[in-house]
Design a binder for this molecule. Structure first.
Ligand code: FRU
Length: 598
């Protein structure tokens, strides 16, 4: 009797609502905090209204594969920030999606619609020539490899929101590292956990048994239970992957929680995996890519302290173009603990004996790969002939989910070639954007150089598109100070200040986000690796929402995000002290067609 009355009450409480979208019917049946949404029709996507300040609702298609868990989605409660597509199961017949955790009065239920082609609003801050996901959240670059003339870039991806969550591997590929084609998700969050960062190699000799030329990807499965390393392979050049039934392939021997981001590379006839384990990296070796043996660790007490180590990489590079032998460069991304707070990339130079890394410099010495606040999770492509190319995520965990670019969030920094050079008895890394960038030049002009004395300035209206490369040389008289200012018609500016000992970047008046102290903070980099005698060669890459500054062929770099109300269109040079000579200024406008929506 009690059961029957409960049933009647719940039927009465259950509310029904229906929406129409693109010729389909969407029936929403609410039952307290649970809802069943039935879609009739053949659209590929159910568009979900998202409110970032709302809580996470669990969403799952009834027909999803057994290893696909419910996704956590910030469905709109009382206002809508944007819509994102939720893929519907293929095939005829009604499709059911279950929701749990949102009350029946939420605005979401009346705002669902279906489509085959998600239309996303125009975004003022979508970069012109930097890689971005079509929509959703992106952090670290993952699994980058080169095969058959194509570069593949995977990335930490949440397709269901522009904030972190539901970690998948998104996928893009390109022939020139600049025109990226967006592909379907390569690895989906599963019941073992989120698919955290990792790497991929091409197994040309089929040592793994997954097939000649199989792409073998390594990632961290992250769940409440901990972190372990898993593998997945692909026989179609990285478009689709099969997760290995023997996963996980590496587990931590001491139960450490932060145990992640495997980077695999070839060493002689073996494979090596380096991964981050709290405040150190650990090394493993394998002959077949499936069975891994621990060989050593490195790092406790090294570099910036205290800092959590993530996303390591180890590459061997020639020093001074090969004139001074070879060295190993261990890249470690730290967060928190970055040079100006939050996230940043440091590196160590030394030797690798197949088992562990031996650092050339004392533990307390820190070398930063980039001095800006928005250069993180930098790792290299595997399989690139003749050069080593690194790519970073262009953001900082301090504020990454606050930047005003939704319905996509985050871009990658430009792909950069890494080189080693010696200076003052030590070896350092330089990074220069790939030469392929010259193919994007749509227009180029040069203005004559000039000299300035203290108190003088020179303003040139040089830019109009806000996506360009600026190149010039700066010679400073001893103790001079030069400010190079990019300005726009809204009165916003970003300043580079050169004083002969350091280069600083001040974005505190650059537009949105500057009300945050961690964003407006001025950063500076020492100029001691650069040549004052010949003047500083400056290359500045400006895009709609970023600036990347390289001095003397990338011996120093600063990468930062900018969110101006309109593009910076003029360049102003002001001498604060002493005198300066600015060489000819070349402006190269950079243009690229729109990215494809996957
Ligand atoms: C670095 C990181 C990685 C982890 C991933 C999760 O940004 O924290 O250590 O694998 O992001 O998205």
């Amino acid at each position: 009797m009690r059961n029957i009355s409960l049933f009647i009450v719940s039927v009465l409480l259950m509310s029904l609502c229906s929406c129409k979208g693109a010729g389909e019917d969407i029936l929403v049946e609410n039952d307290g905090d649970n809802a069943k949404v039935t879609v009739t029709g053949r659209s590929r996507y159910l568009m979900l209204p998202i409110q970032e300040s709302s809580w996470e609702v669990r969403v799952r298609a009834e027909e999803a594969a057994a290893d696909v868990p419910a996704m956590d989605i910030r469905l709109a409660n009382d206002s809508i920030d944007y819509w994102l597509p939720f893929p519907l199961p293929e095939g005829r017949g009604p499709k059911v999606v279950n929701f749990s955790g949102l009350w029946e009065g939420a605005v979401a239920w009346k705002s669902l619609y279906c489509t085959d082609k998600p239309e996303l609003p125009a975004e003022a801050y979508r970069p012109v020539y930097h890689h971005t996901p079509s929509y959703g959240w992106m952090n670290d670059p993952n699994g980058m490899f080169f095969k058959d003339g194509r570069y593949h870039l995977y990335y930490q991806y949440n397709p269901y929101g522009c904030t972190w969550g539901n970690m998948h591997w998104g996928h893009s590929s390109s022939e020139d590292l600049l025109h990226w084609e967006s592909h379907p998700v390569a690895l989906q969050r599963d019941t073992l956990g989120h698919i955290y960062s990792g790497s991929a190699v091409v197994d040309y000799d089929n040592v793994s048994g997954f097939g000649e030329g199989a792409v073998v990807a390594f990632y961290t499965a992250h769940s409440e239970a901990g972190e372990s390393q898993c593998l997945a392979w692909s026989n179609d050049n990285g478009l689709t992957f099969t997760k290995y039934s023997g996963n996980p392939v590496v587990v931590s021997s001491d139960g450490i929680r932060d145990f992640r981001d495997p980077k695999v590379f070839r060493y002689g006839d073996k494979w090596v995996m380096v991964l981050a384990a709290n405040y150190e990296v650990r090394f493993y070796s394998s002959a077949n890519l499936r069975d891994w043996e621990y060989t050593g660790c490195f790092g406790k007490g090294y570099g910036a302290q205290p800092s959590l180590w993530e996303c390591p990489d180890l590459v061997q590079l020639p020093v001074d173009d090969g004139h001074n032998g070879m060295k190993w460069m261990l890249i470690v991304n730290v967060n928190p603990g970055g040079v100006f707070g939050g996230s940043a990339t440091e590196y160590f130079i030394g030797e690798f004996d197949g088992k562990t890394f031996i650092c050339d410099t004392p533990a307390q010495q820190t070398k930063w790969l980039d001095y800006g606040k928005d250069h993180y999770a930098a790792v290299t492509f595997s399989g690139t002939p003749d050069r080593t190319i690194a790519m970073a995520w262009m953001s900082n965990w301090q504020y990454a989910d606050k930047v005003p670019s939704a319905p996509f969030r985050s871009a990658n920094a430009l792909p950069r070639e890494l080189k080693l050079f010696s200076c003052n008895g030590q070896v350092y890394a330089s990074q220069t954007p790939v030469p392929e960038l010259s193919s994007l030049i749509s227009n180029s002009y040069t203005a004559d150089g000039f000299s300035l004395q203290a108190g003088q300035d020179n303003k040139a209206s040089l830019l109009d598109k806000g996506s360009c490369k600026l190149s010039f040389n700066v010679r400073l008289e001893d103790k001079s100070c030069l400010e190079i200012c990019l300005v726009n018609l809204s009165g916003e500016s970003v300043s580079l200040i050169l004083d002969g000992t350091k280069l600083s970047l001040d974005r505190s008046h650059s537009g949105m986000m500057t009300d945050r102290d961690d964003f407006s903070q001025v950063v500076s980099a020492p100029l001691d690796l650069c040549s004052a005698f010949d003047g500083y060669d400056m290359d500045i890459y400006l895009d709609r929402s970023s600036i990347e500054v390289f001095v003397d062929g990338g011996k120093l770099s600063i990468t930062e995000l900018l969110f101006p109300a309109e593009p910076f269109n003029a360049l102003e040079f002001i001498v604060r002290n002493g005198s300066a000579h600015i060489g000819d200024i070349t402006v190269r406008e950079l243009a690229l067609g729109p990215q494809r929506i996957g």
